[in-house]
Write a protein that binds this ligand. Structure first.
Ligand code: NAP
Ligand code: FER
Length: 335
Protein backbone atom coordinates (compact mmCIF):
# COMPACT_ATOMS: atom_id res chain seq x y z
CA UNK A 1 0.00 0.00 0.00
CA UNK A 2 1.46 3.37 -0.95
CA UNK A 3 0.31 6.23 1.23
CA UNK A 4 0.80 9.76 -0.01
CA UNK A 5 1.44 12.66 2.26
CA UNK A 6 2.06 16.39 2.21
CA UNK A 7 5.32 17.87 3.38
CA UNK A 8 6.85 21.33 3.58
CA UNK A 9 10.08 21.82 1.68
CA UNK A 10 12.39 24.79 1.53
CA UNK A 11 12.02 26.17 -2.00
CA UNK A 12 14.70 28.84 -1.77
CA UNK A 13 17.03 30.11 0.94
CA UNK A 14 15.39 33.12 2.59
CA UNK A 15 17.01 36.51 2.20
CA UNK A 16 16.16 38.62 5.24
CA UNK A 17 12.74 37.91 6.71
CA UNK A 18 11.55 34.56 5.25
CA UNK A 19 8.62 34.76 2.81
CA UNK A 20 5.80 32.31 2.20
CA UNK A 21 7.21 31.76 -1.30
CA UNK A 22 10.48 30.46 0.20
CA UNK A 23 8.50 27.31 1.07
CA UNK A 24 6.35 24.88 -0.85
CA UNK A 25 3.83 22.24 0.22
CA UNK A 26 4.44 19.16 -1.91
CA UNK A 27 2.90 15.70 -2.12
CA UNK A 28 5.17 12.70 -1.81
CA UNK A 29 4.83 9.02 -1.04
CA UNK A 30 4.85 8.36 2.69
CA UNK A 31 8.27 7.01 3.65
CA UNK A 32 8.85 3.35 4.49
CA UNK A 33 10.65 2.53 7.74
CA UNK A 34 13.91 0.62 7.43
CA UNK A 35 15.47 -1.73 9.93
CA UNK A 36 15.12 -0.46 13.50
CA UNK A 37 13.01 2.50 12.32
CA UNK A 38 9.46 3.69 12.94
CA UNK A 39 6.77 5.20 10.75
CA UNK A 40 5.02 8.02 12.61
CA UNK A 41 1.98 10.14 11.88
CA UNK A 42 2.50 13.78 12.85
CA UNK A 43 -0.02 15.33 15.22
CA UNK A 44 1.87 18.58 15.97
CA UNK A 45 4.96 20.13 14.53
CA UNK A 46 7.13 22.85 15.94
CA UNK A 47 8.34 26.10 14.41
CA UNK A 48 11.48 27.43 16.09
CA UNK A 49 13.79 30.40 15.57
CA UNK A 50 16.90 28.20 15.14
CA UNK A 51 15.46 26.78 11.92
CA UNK A 52 16.22 30.12 10.28
CA UNK A 53 19.91 29.45 10.88
CA UNK A 54 19.71 26.03 9.25
CA UNK A 55 18.33 27.64 6.08
CA UNK A 56 21.53 29.62 5.51
CA UNK A 57 24.26 28.47 3.17
CA UNK A 58 26.97 26.48 4.93
CA UNK A 59 27.01 23.91 7.70
CA UNK A 60 25.77 24.42 11.26
CA UNK A 61 26.01 22.39 14.41
CA UNK A 62 22.52 21.02 13.85
CA UNK A 63 22.95 20.30 10.16
CA UNK A 64 21.50 22.35 7.35
CA UNK A 65 18.46 22.51 5.11
CA UNK A 66 18.99 22.93 1.37
CA UNK A 67 16.39 23.91 -1.21
CA UNK A 68 14.29 20.82 -1.91
CA UNK A 69 14.72 19.43 1.62
CA UNK A 70 11.90 18.90 4.09
CA UNK A 71 12.42 21.24 7.05
CA UNK A 72 13.63 18.95 9.88
CA UNK A 73 11.83 20.50 12.84
CA UNK A 74 10.69 18.78 16.00
CA UNK A 75 7.37 16.94 15.70
CA UNK A 76 5.22 14.75 17.89
CA UNK A 77 3.01 11.94 16.65
CA UNK A 78 1.75 8.40 16.79
CA UNK A 79 3.67 5.32 15.75
CA UNK A 80 1.91 3.71 12.78
CA UNK A 81 4.41 0.93 12.09
CA UNK A 82 7.49 -0.18 13.93
CA UNK A 83 10.60 -2.18 13.07
CA UNK A 84 11.96 -1.72 16.57
CA UNK A 85 11.17 -4.18 19.39
CA UNK A 86 10.82 -1.46 22.08
CA UNK A 87 8.39 0.83 20.21
CA UNK A 88 4.87 -0.17 19.25
CA UNK A 89 2.08 1.12 17.02
CA UNK A 90 -0.28 3.35 18.97
CA UNK A 91 2.48 4.80 21.16
CA UNK A 92 3.43 8.48 20.90
CA UNK A 93 6.92 9.87 20.34
CA UNK A 94 8.61 13.19 19.66
CA UNK A 95 11.54 13.52 17.29
CA UNK A 96 12.99 15.44 14.40
CA UNK A 97 11.28 13.98 11.32
CA UNK A 98 10.16 17.48 10.38
CA UNK A 99 7.31 19.32 8.69
CA UNK A 100 5.59 16.30 7.11
CA UNK A 101 2.40 14.34 7.72
CA UNK A 102 4.25 11.03 7.96
CA UNK A 103 7.86 10.59 8.96
CA UNK A 104 10.38 7.87 9.42
CA UNK A 105 12.69 8.06 12.36
CA UNK A 106 15.35 6.07 14.13
CA UNK A 107 15.10 5.84 17.89
CA UNK A 108 18.13 7.91 18.82
CA UNK A 109 17.07 11.44 19.84
CA UNK A 110 13.53 10.08 20.12
CA UNK A 111 11.50 10.90 23.20
CA UNK A 112 8.63 8.77 24.45
CA UNK A 113 5.47 10.78 25.06
CA UNK A 114 2.76 9.64 27.45
CA UNK A 115 -0.59 11.11 26.32
CA UNK A 116 -2.11 10.29 29.73
CA UNK A 117 0.47 12.40 31.58
CA UNK A 118 0.16 15.68 29.65
CA UNK A 119 -1.20 16.93 26.32
CA UNK A 120 1.18 15.60 23.67
CA UNK A 121 1.82 19.12 22.33
CA UNK A 122 3.79 19.89 25.50
CA UNK A 123 6.54 17.56 24.27
CA UNK A 124 7.44 20.35 21.83
CA UNK A 125 7.16 23.13 24.41
CA UNK A 126 7.20 23.24 28.17
CA UNK A 127 8.13 19.54 28.50
CA UNK A 128 10.42 19.55 25.46
CA UNK A 129 13.32 21.44 23.93
CA UNK A 130 12.17 25.01 24.77
CA UNK A 131 11.29 24.06 28.34
CA UNK A 132 14.66 22.41 28.84
CA UNK A 133 16.35 25.50 27.39
CA UNK A 134 14.69 27.70 30.00
CA UNK A 135 15.32 25.23 32.81
CA UNK A 136 19.01 24.44 32.25
CA UNK A 137 19.90 27.82 30.80
CA UNK A 138 18.54 29.69 33.78
CA UNK A 139 19.44 27.31 36.60
CA UNK A 140 22.73 25.88 35.37
CA UNK A 141 24.21 28.88 33.61
CA UNK A 142 22.35 31.79 35.22
CA UNK A 143 22.60 30.25 38.72
CA UNK A 144 20.09 32.72 40.24
CA UNK A 145 19.99 33.24 44.00
CA UNK A 146 16.94 34.28 46.02
CA UNK A 147 16.53 38.04 46.09
CA UNK A 148 18.53 38.62 42.91
CA UNK A 149 17.12 40.50 39.93
CA UNK A 150 16.69 38.49 36.74
CA UNK A 151 15.96 40.26 33.46
CA UNK A 152 14.57 38.19 30.56
CA UNK A 153 14.38 39.51 26.98
CA UNK A 154 11.88 37.87 24.64
CA UNK A 155 9.98 37.18 27.84
CA UNK A 156 6.58 36.30 26.36
CA UNK A 157 7.91 33.57 24.05
CA UNK A 158 8.23 29.84 24.62
CA UNK A 159 11.60 29.93 26.37
CA UNK A 160 11.39 33.39 27.94
CA UNK A 161 8.00 32.91 29.59
CA UNK A 162 9.31 29.78 31.31
CA UNK A 163 12.72 31.20 32.23
CA UNK A 164 11.00 34.14 33.95
CA UNK A 165 8.64 31.90 35.92
CA UNK A 166 11.46 29.57 36.98
CA UNK A 167 13.33 32.63 38.23
CA UNK A 168 10.25 33.60 40.27
CA UNK A 169 10.14 30.09 41.74
CA UNK A 170 13.80 30.60 42.78
CA UNK A 171 12.75 33.67 44.75
CA UNK A 172 14.09 36.29 42.36
CA UNK A 173 12.72 39.65 41.29
CA UNK A 174 11.87 39.18 37.61
CA UNK A 175 11.65 41.76 34.83
CA UNK A 176 10.85 41.07 31.19
CA UNK A 177 10.72 42.73 27.78
CA UNK A 178 8.30 41.80 25.00
CA UNK A 179 6.94 43.24 21.77
CA UNK A 180 3.36 44.27 22.56
CA UNK A 181 1.33 45.80 25.37
CA UNK A 182 -0.83 42.68 25.52
CA UNK A 183 2.28 40.55 26.09
CA UNK A 184 3.49 42.90 28.81
CA UNK A 185 0.09 42.62 30.48
CA UNK A 186 0.27 38.82 30.21
CA UNK A 187 3.70 38.76 31.89
CA UNK A 188 2.46 40.89 34.77
CA UNK A 189 -1.07 39.52 35.23
CA UNK A 190 -0.68 35.83 34.40
CA UNK A 191 2.99 34.92 34.87
CA UNK A 192 3.86 36.90 38.00
CA UNK A 193 6.62 39.10 36.56
CA UNK A 194 7.42 42.03 38.87
CA UNK A 195 7.84 44.46 35.97
CA UNK A 196 7.84 44.36 32.19
CA UNK A 197 7.99 46.70 29.22
CA UNK A 198 7.23 46.84 25.51
CA UNK A 199 10.61 47.17 23.79
CA UNK A 200 8.97 48.31 20.56
CA UNK A 201 7.33 51.39 22.03
CA UNK A 202 9.65 52.42 24.82
CA UNK A 203 11.52 55.57 23.80
CA UNK A 204 14.53 54.93 26.02
CA UNK A 205 15.15 51.24 26.85
CA UNK A 206 17.99 52.13 29.22
CA UNK A 207 15.87 54.55 31.25
CA UNK A 208 12.96 52.10 31.34
CA UNK A 209 15.10 49.17 32.37
CA UNK A 210 16.89 51.26 35.02
CA UNK A 211 13.50 52.18 36.48
CA UNK A 212 12.35 48.56 36.49
CA UNK A 213 15.64 47.20 37.89
CA UNK A 214 16.54 49.79 40.54
CA UNK A 215 18.99 47.37 42.16
CA UNK A 216 20.68 46.51 38.87
CA UNK A 217 20.65 43.16 37.03
CA UNK A 218 22.22 40.00 38.46
CA UNK A 219 21.16 37.55 35.76
CA UNK A 220 20.35 38.55 32.18
CA UNK A 221 18.64 35.72 30.26
CA UNK A 222 19.00 36.95 26.70
CA UNK A 223 16.72 35.57 23.99
CA UNK A 224 16.95 38.46 21.57
CA UNK A 225 20.05 40.64 21.53
CA UNK A 226 19.45 44.06 19.96
CA UNK A 227 19.05 47.43 21.70
CA UNK A 228 17.54 45.85 24.82
CA UNK A 229 20.79 43.93 25.36
CA UNK A 230 22.82 47.13 25.11
CA UNK A 231 20.69 48.58 27.89
CA UNK A 232 20.87 45.44 30.02
CA UNK A 233 24.66 45.24 29.78
CA UNK A 234 24.97 48.78 31.15
CA UNK A 235 22.95 47.79 34.21
CA UNK A 236 24.62 44.56 35.31
CA UNK A 237 25.85 44.20 38.87
CA UNK A 238 29.18 42.84 40.05
CA UNK A 239 29.50 39.14 39.26
CA UNK A 240 26.41 39.17 37.02
CA UNK A 241 25.73 36.17 34.78
CA UNK A 242 24.59 36.73 31.22
CA UNK A 243 22.94 33.68 29.69
CA UNK A 244 23.22 33.90 25.91
CA UNK A 245 20.27 31.80 24.86
CA UNK A 246 19.30 33.40 21.54
CA UNK A 247 19.84 36.47 19.37
CA UNK A 248 16.66 36.46 17.30
CA UNK A 249 17.00 40.19 16.58
CA UNK A 250 19.78 39.32 14.15
CA UNK A 251 18.65 35.97 12.66
CA UNK A 252 17.36 37.69 9.51
CA UNK A 253 20.32 40.07 9.17
CA UNK A 254 21.75 40.25 5.66
CA UNK A 255 25.23 41.18 6.83
CA UNK A 256 27.28 40.10 9.82
CA UNK A 257 26.29 42.43 12.65
CA UNK A 258 28.94 44.55 14.35
CA UNK A 259 29.50 44.81 18.06
CA UNK A 260 28.69 44.56 20.88
CA UNK A 261 30.84 47.45 22.00
CA UNK A 262 29.96 47.17 25.65
CA UNK A 263 32.11 44.25 26.67
CA UNK A 264 34.25 46.49 28.89
CA UNK A 265 31.29 46.19 31.24
CA UNK A 266 32.10 42.51 31.73
CA UNK A 267 35.56 43.44 32.94
CA UNK A 268 34.65 46.11 35.43
CA UNK A 269 31.68 44.10 36.73
CA UNK A 270 33.69 40.87 36.72
CA UNK A 271 30.71 39.35 34.97
CA UNK A 272 30.33 36.14 33.01
CA UNK A 273 28.64 35.80 29.63
CA UNK A 274 28.03 32.26 28.44
CA UNK A 275 26.36 30.83 25.40
CA UNK A 276 24.89 27.35 25.41
CA UNK A 277 23.00 24.83 23.31
CA UNK A 278 20.24 22.95 25.05
CA UNK A 279 21.31 19.66 23.45
CA UNK A 280 24.32 19.72 25.76
CA UNK A 281 21.82 18.72 28.46
CA UNK A 282 20.11 15.87 26.58
CA UNK A 283 21.08 13.29 29.19
CA UNK A 284 19.56 15.47 31.92
CA UNK A 285 16.23 16.08 30.13
CA UNK A 286 14.42 13.52 32.35
CA UNK A 287 15.33 15.53 35.45
CA UNK A 288 14.25 18.81 33.84
CA UNK A 289 11.01 17.38 32.49
CA UNK A 290 10.09 15.84 35.85
CA UNK A 291 10.67 19.14 37.67
CA UNK A 292 8.75 21.22 35.11
CA UNK A 293 5.85 18.74 35.20
CA UNK A 294 5.81 18.90 38.99
CA UNK A 295 5.71 22.71 38.96
CA UNK A 296 2.82 22.62 36.48
CA UNK A 297 0.90 20.16 38.69
CA UNK A 298 1.53 22.36 41.74
CA UNK A 299 0.17 25.38 39.87
CA UNK A 300 3.50 27.20 40.07
CA UNK A 301 4.31 27.15 36.36
CA UNK A 302 1.99 28.17 33.55
CA UNK A 303 2.47 27.63 29.86
CA UNK A 304 0.69 28.87 26.80
CA UNK A 305 0.60 27.53 23.26
CA UNK A 306 -0.36 29.34 20.07
CA UNK A 307 -1.59 26.62 17.74
CA UNK A 308 -2.28 27.13 14.03
CA UNK A 309 -4.15 24.38 12.20
CA UNK A 310 -3.11 22.61 9.03
CA UNK A 311 0.20 21.79 7.40
CA UNK A 312 -0.38 24.57 4.85
CA UNK A 313 -0.04 27.11 7.67
CA UNK A 314 3.43 25.93 8.73
CA UNK A 315 5.40 28.58 6.79
CA UNK A 316 3.07 31.29 8.10
CA UNK A 317 3.59 30.10 11.69
CA UNK A 318 7.37 30.04 11.23
CA UNK A 319 7.50 33.53 9.75
CA UNK A 320 5.20 34.71 12.54
CA UNK A 321 7.98 34.05 15.08
CA UNK A 322 9.95 36.94 13.60
CA UNK A 323 6.91 39.23 13.74
CA UNK A 324 6.04 38.38 17.32
CA UNK A 325 2.73 36.73 16.38
CA UNK A 326 3.03 34.12 19.15
CA UNK A 327 2.61 34.26 22.89
CA UNK A 328 4.17 31.17 24.41
CA UNK A 329 5.03 28.22 22.18
CA UNK A 330 4.11 28.44 18.49
CA UNK A 331 2.89 25.09 17.10
CA UNK A 332 1.07 23.75 14.08
CA UNK A 333 -1.54 21.02 14.44
CA UNK A 334 -1.48 18.52 11.56
CA UNK A 335 -4.05 16.01 12.83
P1 NAP B 1 9.73 32.50 20.92
O1 NAP B 1 10.31 33.45 21.91
O2 NAP B 1 8.55 31.72 21.30
O3 NAP B 1 9.40 33.26 19.57
C1 NAP B 1 10.22 34.24 19.07
C2 NAP B 1 9.88 35.62 19.67
O4 NAP B 1 10.96 36.49 19.44
C3 NAP B 1 8.69 36.29 19.02
O5 NAP B 1 7.49 35.92 19.62
C4 NAP B 1 9.01 37.78 19.17
O6 NAP B 1 8.30 38.30 20.30
C5 NAP B 1 10.50 37.82 19.46
N1 NAP B 1 11.22 38.59 18.43
C6 NAP B 1 11.15 38.43 17.09
N2 NAP B 1 11.96 39.33 16.48
C7 NAP B 1 12.54 40.07 17.46
C8 NAP B 1 13.47 41.16 17.47
N3 NAP B 1 13.97 41.67 16.34
N4 NAP B 1 13.84 41.68 18.67
C9 NAP B 1 13.35 41.17 19.83
N5 NAP B 1 12.47 40.14 19.87
C10 NAP B 1 12.07 39.59 18.71
O7 NAP B 1 10.90 31.53 20.47
P2 NAP B 1 11.65 30.50 21.42
O8 NAP B 1 11.58 29.17 20.79
O9 NAP B 1 11.17 30.68 22.79
O10 NAP B 1 13.15 31.01 21.31
C11 NAP B 1 13.53 32.18 21.99
C12 NAP B 1 15.03 32.42 21.80
O11 NAP B 1 15.73 31.35 22.39
C13 NAP B 1 15.47 32.45 20.34
O12 NAP B 1 16.47 33.41 20.17
C14 NAP B 1 16.02 31.07 20.12
O13 NAP B 1 16.97 31.03 19.10
C15 NAP B 1 16.62 30.77 21.48
N6 NAP B 1 16.75 29.34 21.79
C16 NAP B 1 18.00 28.90 22.11
C17 NAP B 1 18.21 27.59 22.44
C18 NAP B 1 19.58 27.13 22.81
O14 NAP B 1 19.81 25.94 22.88
N7 NAP B 1 20.49 28.04 23.03
C19 NAP B 1 17.13 26.69 22.41
C20 NAP B 1 15.86 27.18 22.11
C21 NAP B 1 15.69 28.51 21.79
P3 NAP B 1 8.12 39.88 20.55
O15 NAP B 1 6.66 40.15 20.31
O16 NAP B 1 8.52 40.05 21.97
O17 NAP B 1 9.00 40.60 19.58
C1 FER C 1 18.71 28.08 18.79
C2 FER C 1 19.65 28.85 18.14
C3 FER C 1 20.73 28.23 17.57
C4 FER C 1 18.87 26.69 18.89
C5 FER C 1 19.95 26.09 18.32
C6 FER C 1 20.88 26.85 17.64
C7 FER C 1 17.96 24.67 19.64
C8 FER C 1 21.99 26.16 16.98
C9 FER C 1 22.43 26.57 15.78
C10 FER C 1 23.46 25.84 15.03
O1 FER C 1 23.57 24.65 15.17
O2 FER C 1 24.15 26.47 14.25
O3 FER C 1 17.60 28.64 19.30
O4 FER C 1 17.88 26.03 19.55
Amino acid sequence: MTRTQRQVILRSRPVGLPRISDFEIVEAPAPVPGEGELLVRTHYTSVDPYLRGLMREGPSYLGSVAPGDVVPAGSVGEIIASNHPDFHPGEFVAGYWGWREYGVTGTQQLMRVDPAAAPISTALGVLGMPGMTAYFGLLDIGAPKPGETVFVSGAAGAVGSLAGQIAKIQGCRVVGSAGSDAKVQHLMDDLGFDAAFNYKTTRDPLATLREQCPGGIDVYFDNTGGPVSDAALLLINNFARIVLCGQIAQYNAKEAPQGPRLLFQLIVKQAKMQGFLVFQYLDRYPEGIAQMAAWIREGRLRYREDILEGIENTPHAFIGLFKGENTGKMLVKYL
